[in-house]
Design a protein around this ligand. Structure first.
Ligand code: BTN
Length: 270
């Protein structure tokens, strides 16, 4: 394994496996170059991949973000991974919380690097108001039941992972920008997976919701939200509902719950 804290730009399967040796994974696949780790994980899940099977890639050629956006993953710069989850009956009723699970795990992992991170509801992780990571959860259905969930995470580790400003709808950053030194991606993987597993075990609990609420970016500030199922609404973020929906207070004092799904959120003064 690489020495913690040293800079190791390359990723190879053997080193990642060594780093993950104490993590109870169902399976592991590493690709130097891939289309999208989520696509590969979706295909592997359909073929019967066990719970907690992990797909990691150094570079993605067709990485996907939410709302049909592309996700930039150049070689040697970012973390792109997808964890396959086989949800329990209880978890099938909490599918909308898995995005937060991913975002919370990223925040907790970044805390270990001394970085205070926040969640721009529902799926973006921010450092000092700039996006450092995104979460994309996708599902495999068997009839009317969700058979598996793919929890995809993209994290800008080195400066070169950040797309140029003309390609961004929201300002972005990297761990290297925030810390002023590079970070070894291989060291980060087990830290992140450990927190994903931890948060899964408390999914939807009071602690889960409390930590999510505490991590909310723009809390107490006025934001604009809009989306597929969401009429554009401006209001102050006052917290989360019991099921994790974002609650806004409009100028008229009305409380509005924001629907899960393809939602966009911007600070009102953006
Ligand atoms: C977003 O912020 O829009 C979500 C970005 C999710 C990107 C990750 S990178 C690993 C996984 N594979 C993909 O194609 N997308 C997710």
């Amino acid at each position: 394994m690489s020495t913690p804290g040293t800079f190791c730009p390359d990723m190879n399967e053997k080193e990642i496996k060594t780093a993950l040796r104490e993590i109870p994974l169902g399976g592991f696949r590493f690709y130097q170059q891939i289309g999208s780790t989520n696509d590969t994980a979706l295909a592997w899940a359909t073929e019967g991949a066990p719970d907690h099977s992990l797909v990691v890639a150094d570079e993605q050629l067709t990485g996907r973000g939410r709302a049909g956006n592309t996700w930039y993953t150049p070689p040697g710069a970012a973390l792109a991974l997808s964890l396959i989850l086989r949800p329990s009956t209880e978890e099938r009723n909490q599918v909308s919380l898995f995005t937060a699970l991913g975002a919370l795990a990223v925040c907790k992992a970044l805390k270990e690097y001394g970085l205070p991170a926040e969640i721009k509801w529902p799926n973006d992780v921010l450092i000092q108001g700039k996006k450092v990571a995104g979460v994309l959860v996708e599902t495999v259905w068997m009839g009317i039941e969700i058979e598996s969930l793919i929890l995809g995470i993209g994290l800008n580790v080195l400066k070169t992972a950040v797309p140029t400003a003309d390609k961004l709808s929201f300002e972005a950053t990297s761990l290297e920008h925030a810390l002023n030194h590079p970070v070894d991606r291989i060291d980060l993987i087990p830290v992140l997976i450990r927190h994903l597993i931890e948060y899964r075990s408390i999914l939807g609990s009071e602690t889960f919701l409390l930590e999510w609420q505490q991590a909310l970016a723009f809390s107490g500030h006025t934001v604009l939200v809009w989306g597929e199922k969401q009429t554009p609404t401006t209001g102050k973020i006052v917290g989360l509902g019991s099921d994790g929906r974002l609650v806004l207070e409009t100028k008229q004092g009305e409380l509005v719950e924001v629907h899960f799904g393809e939602v966009h959120l911007r600070p009102a003064n953006h």
